[in-house]
Design a protein around this ligand. Structure first.
Ligand code: CDP
Ligand code: CDP
Length: 217
């Protein structure tokens, strides 16, 4: 019997390149439930703002620009899909250009409310990753995890995914850690794991053991 009940949410939070979205996808697949990457909505908002030439530091202008587009985040067991005006942009928003601006867009309470509303409409069960999923958006989630790793380890992981050298990736990660600091405060009841010395399989097994070990409610 699955340990994930009908109305359950599993949150996986942590800083950039801590492994959240990869672990979320694998945990969701093992439990046969959909997964959701909340960062995709912040990335969608940022891609729209950048394309429109909107001032990312002006929340009213950002919201007005977002209102002119249709943003859909579709959960799936194999990973979620992000569409802007019907076009699949799931991979396109994983760019250095979006990375460089996203924290400025995500800092506005108005934008956080826009994202939070969309996430709370999703039907449970699901696994969701982000920064403040366990602390703010789903404070009553049954299972909360917080993945950590040093900036050096995270930069080394990300450099393989981007056309940039280690030093500039590390600098971009440090900058984003700093700008995202407020959202990064872990939920008091989250279970922490330093993923630095661990393989992906070990992290996934650690999360699954805790979800399954907790049993059905
Ligand atoms: O994968 P990575 O951690 O690099 O990024 P992401 O999870 O796609 O998030 C991109 C950005 O969105 C973060 O740097 C935050 O500025 C913002 N974000 C947030 O503020 N709160 C969340 N729950 C998720 C993302
Ligand atoms: O979503 P987040 O930005 O936290 O990280 P990610 O995009 O899931 O993971 C960043 C990269 O680190 C991916 O290429 C993962 O395969 C890798 N990774 C790893 O090598 N070992 C881990 N324990 C976790 C992630």
């Amino acid at each position: 019997m699955s340990a994930v009940g009908f109305d359950e949410v599993i949150t996986l939070d942590g800083p950039a390149a801590s492994g959240k979205s990869t672990v979320a996808r694998r945990v969701a697949a093992a439990l046969a439930v959909p997964c959701v990457s909340s960062g995709l909505l912040y990335r969608a908002a940022t891609a729209i703002v950048v394309a429109a030439g909107t001032d990312a530091d002006d929340p009213a202008a950002v919201l007005a620009t977002l209102g002119r587009h249709r943003v859909e985040l579709v959960p799936g067991v194999a990973g979620d899909v992000l569409r802007i005006d019907g076009r699949d942009v799931t991979r396109a928003v994983q760019s250095d250009e979006v990375d460089a601006v996203v924290s400025r867009v995500a800092v506005h309470p108005e934008v956080r409310a826009w994202v939070g509303e969309r996430l709370r409409e999703m039907p449970a069960p699901f696994v969701i990753d982000g920064r403040d999923m366990g602390s703010v958006v789903f404070p009553r989630a049954r299972h909360k995890f917080y993945l950590e790793a040093s900036p050096e380890v995270r930069a080394a992981r990300r450099v393989g995914e981007r056309a940039a050298d280690l030093a500039s990736v590390a600098e971009a990660i440090r900058r984003r850690d700093h700008l995202d600091a407020r959202q990064l405060a872990p939920a008091p009841d989250a279970q922490h794991l330093d993923t630095g010395p661990l393989t992906l399989d070990e992290v996934v097994d650690w999360v699954l053991a805790r979800v399954r070990g907790a049993g059905t409610p």
